[in-house]
Write a protein that binds this ligand. Structure first.
Ligand code: NAP
Length: 483
């Protein structure tokens, strides 16, 4: 049974043009730990997605015409409601996604922080004046909202991935349609319930839950009234959606997969590095795009660091995310457990040594934290995004080799390294081909900082003052007849 203080937050209908859209066809949302059905949600289709786009189009002129301060005040109300309902939103998120309750509440706080940030940032959406080559002219640059924004988001951050996009879009004066992942629509619908309560006008924020990702995705990427498409998810799906956007030349933002290296140099504080690695590797059971994927340890400290790290990993508590003290909850589904196991098997077959875990997942989809030593670049755990609680360890001889190994991937989202040598800190920071680098730090997500990747990890930045850029057009005004 779902236990909420505010029962209004459990929604099972789509939210389009300020109306709760109930469909006769529904799909099931299950708890990944218990396998129990939480509720059934209206299965919206491509027609509903079109209705949502048209509602967003209709709402756009009025929303864009409001002052940034007026929009900011409504966003601030939305933020306040998210914080007031943080416990319930965290609970809903934990039961549909599986992450430990404390982590789920943390995600809600993180998601809400984007709403607060952009409520304020909207009023700083300034333009520019540029000295003109002619006394008769003035050159002025203004920024305007792009129009209707459509988005598709993943299950691993059911609240924050929506908030990070929607808050920036709404603050810039855009209207918004999102299709949440089919595994985790409840957090998105709860956010819509609070947007409604905050007084965000009809059609400005729309949620279209539905099983048929491809059909809804086609509308959101191809409808002529969508000006911009924003996606968070895997690189493969991202590539497909970029192609779909090409015919109507939509602006796109892509927050895609990662393959983060975590480098431990011999001059590092090894205990601090092991703690940072635990945070970076085991958050959300290893299912985040910025989770460490490959652990590179300098040869001279390899055995010592591995022993410290192994002990810390061994102490982690596994189980039901709703229970106190649980560090690692279930993976999202049984298929993910099988995939993770196959990556461990592949590594062991190719010569890696299993030093912790590696046993099959429980019936509750809990996969044990697993340490693999002597990993090599031909193994799947090195080449592919793991998205599970596996730590592949390998050694390197010197700084150059560490950088080469770290950059040996088509991904470029996050990287981490630990070193106390100030020269090395600069050299390595500049040489790593990634959008974000954690230096002596395992947790890098920050509302005020630009989040995003390079290479096949995507394009665009979310959060920070750069986060509004993706939702605005730059317009140049050439004003003549002055002198
Ligand atoms: P995914 O399979 O790409 O799915 C992401 C979203 O796309 C889901 O809503 C999914 O719907 C939908 N989708 C799948 N196929 C589609 C299609 N043909 N047309 C339209 N939509 C489609 O990724 P995931 O497994 O859910 O999420 C994990 C991935 O997201 C990882 O690669 C992770 O690194 C990445 N990620 C990146 C960031 C970042 O900021 N860079 C943040 C978080 C996650 P269904 O759920 O219904 O399948």
């Amino acid at each position: 049974m779902v236990q909420l203080e505010n029962t209004q937050l459990l929604k099972s209908a789509g939210y389009i043009d300020g109306q709760w859209v109930v469909k006769s066809s529904t799909f099931c949302v299950t708890n990944p730990y218990s396998g129990e059905e939480i509720t059934r949600v209206s299965d919206c289709d491509a027609n509903d997605a079109t209705t949502a786009v048209l509602a967003a189009k209709k709402a756009f002129p009025q929303w864009a015409a409001m002052t940034a301060i007026q929009r900011g005040a409504l966003l601030r109300k939305w933020y306040n409601l998210m914080i007031a309902n943080q416990d319930d939103l965290g609970y809903l998120l934990s039961i549909e996604q599986g992450k430990p309750l404390a982590e789920a509440k943390g995600e809600v706080g993180y998601g809400a922080s984007f709403v607060e940030w952009f409520a304020e940032e909207g009023r700083r959406l300034t333009g520019d004046t540029i000295p003109s080559p002619s006394a008769n002219k003035r050159t002025v640059v203004i920024r305007q909202p792009v129009g209707v924004v459509a988005a598709i988001t993943p299950w691993n951050f059911p609240n924050a991935m929506i908030a990070r996009k929607a808050a920036a879009a709404l603050a810039a004066g855009c209207t918004f349609v999102v299709r949440p992942a089919s595994e985790t629509p409840l957090s998105a619908l709860a956010m819509a319930a609070l947007a409604e309560q905050a007084g965000i006008p009809n059609g400005v924020f729309n949620v279209v839950p539905g099983l048929n990702a491809s059909a809804i995705g086609k509308v959101l990427t191809q409808h002529p009234d969508v000006a911009k498409f924003s996606f968070t998810g895997s690189t493969n799906v991202g590539k497909l959606l970029i192609k779909q956007c090409a015919d109507s030349v939509k602006r796109v933002s892509m927050e895609l997969g990662g393959n983060a290296p975590f480098i431990v140099f011999e001059d590092a504080d090894l205990d601090a590095a092991a703690n940072g690695l635990i945070q970076s590797k085991y958050r959300n059971a290893g299912q985040t795009c910025v989770c460490t994927n490959r652990i590179l340890i300098q040869h001279s400290v390899y055995d010592k660091f591995t022993a410290i790290y192994r002990e810390k990993v061994h102490a982690l508590t596994l189980g039901n995310g709703l229970e106190d003290g649980v560090d690692i909850g279930p993976l999202i589904d049984a298929k993910s457990c099988v995939k993770v196991q196959s990556m461990v098997d592949d590594a062991v077959e190719k010569g890696a040594t299993l030093i912790l875990g590696g046993t099959p997942a429980t019936d509750n989809n809990v996969y044990p934290p697993t340490l693999l030593s002597n990993v090599t670049p031909d193994m799947k755990v090195f080449k592919e995004e793991i998205f599970g609680p596996i730590s592949p360890l390998m050694s390197f001889q010197d700084e150059q080799q560490a950088i080469a190994l770290a950059n040996d991937t088509e991904y470029g989202l996050a990287a981490y390294f630990y070193s106390r040598d100030i020269g090395r800190v600069w050299r390595v920071s500049e040489a790593l081909d990634f959008g974000m680098v954690g230096i002596n730090e395992g947790i890098i997500s920050d509302t005020a900082a630009p989040f995003g990747g390079v290479k096949q990890s995507g394009s665009g930045r979310e959060g920070s003052h750069y986060g509004l850029d993706d939702y605005t057009n730059i317009k140049y005004l050439c004003m003549g007849g002055i002198a």
